[in-house]
Design a protein around this ligand. Sequence first.
Ligand SMILES: [Zn+2]
Length: 475
Amino acid sequence: MPTSTRPDLLLPAEPGQRALARELYALVARLPIISPHGHVDPALLAEDQPFPDPSQLLIVPDHYVTRMLFSQGVLPAELGVPTRDGTAVETDGRRIWRRFAEHWHLFRGTPSRLWLEQTLTGVFDVETRLTPRTADEVYDALSAKLAEPDFRPRSLFERFNIEVLATTESPLDDLGRHAKLAADGWGGPGGRVVTTFRPDNVVDLDFDDWSANVDRLGEIAGEDTGTYAGYLAALRSRRAAFIAAGATSSDHGHPTARTLDLGADAVTLFDRARRGAAQPGDAEAFRAHMLLEFARMSLDDGLVMQLHPGAVRNHNRWLHARHGRDVGGDIPQVTEYVHALAPLLDAYGNDPRLRVVLYTLDEDTFTRELAPLAGGYAALLLGAPWWFLDSPEVLRRFRETVTETAGFYNTAGFVDDTRAFCSIPVRHDVARRIDAGFLARLVAEHRLGMDEAAETIVDLAYRLPKQVFKFGESS
Ligand SMILES: [Zn+2]
């Protein structure tokens, strides 16, 4: 959904390159959206109920927004962020919206400002500029739209021109929402809404409830997860169930990129952890080992592996204690890939049947580590800049720093990785505009013909993500 009011948004300022970029962007502006990785709640699309008030839609679940306000003294509870112990928080959507509008200036220069502005104008047709004085006017206009049938989730999905959207579920999820979507003709293999296999809560010993989760995994899969062999069998069986629900990939969110083959020691470590006697280092070793196990499973069942390392979870302990996980308290750390991935790459890196999409929160690794790795191993592809890096400036730097070593075709296309359903169109639009600007420069510098740039931008926006994530292959 390109913006009508700012046609040259994010395109190069230099007139010659801008003209080229406009031509390239026009080729992809209206292409369908492929969204292979994100965190939209599948219940939203399965139930297709109207969204609640504008604040519950746009502010409360968006930790990019609430963390910025928190950094300037507005407490999450004042913004309606739920508490772990059930302590009351603000529930009045209008009051939350007013607080947000009073602090709107804090978002100047940030991608959140761009996403929200483009969501208001592009999705809701609200052109009034947000200020503390217009807060009520904007809130009322948004509320009125949300009451219309055209603003229900499935209608928006159609309007956003999403061809396929992957959500993310744990192996403990019964996939009931995806079954409902499949029954309604929206899900299942090759469907418009599919799931992703995200096993962190049954792999990572640092999760408080790891052992209970592994028990539950055994119950759901009908396997004895008291033994390591039964645990692997249960994981295989849940992957099969996910594939039957349309999954084409798995996702692994680890603190580091470390991989390791423990061999027979895996059994000893697993047994120790199940007895509650894990030793220091066991959690990291087991996570690392399981990436090799999952690579082996991928060779059998074809799931694409996504690896998302580098976040120090719950760094803000006050925030975690009061409000739990995924509320803006995570911080990126230095991430090393070359040595960390060596065991996995030694075993399977040259096998083109394996497909590993690598992400980073550490942009220092783009040129030094990630581009050379993806440019040298058949199994590796680079995922789009992620989370703290999913901004116009870093999307641009990503192309500038990886293309000369990895080319365009060792990258996997854009992922929005978002919980905010209404921000999906603008996030993809931003990536397409940045790619148009980058390719326009290559054309202006006589490094690429316009015909090649035109083919490349369509590949980046549409063909590559579809092919890399195997959409349209299943039946
Ligand atoms: Zn994610």
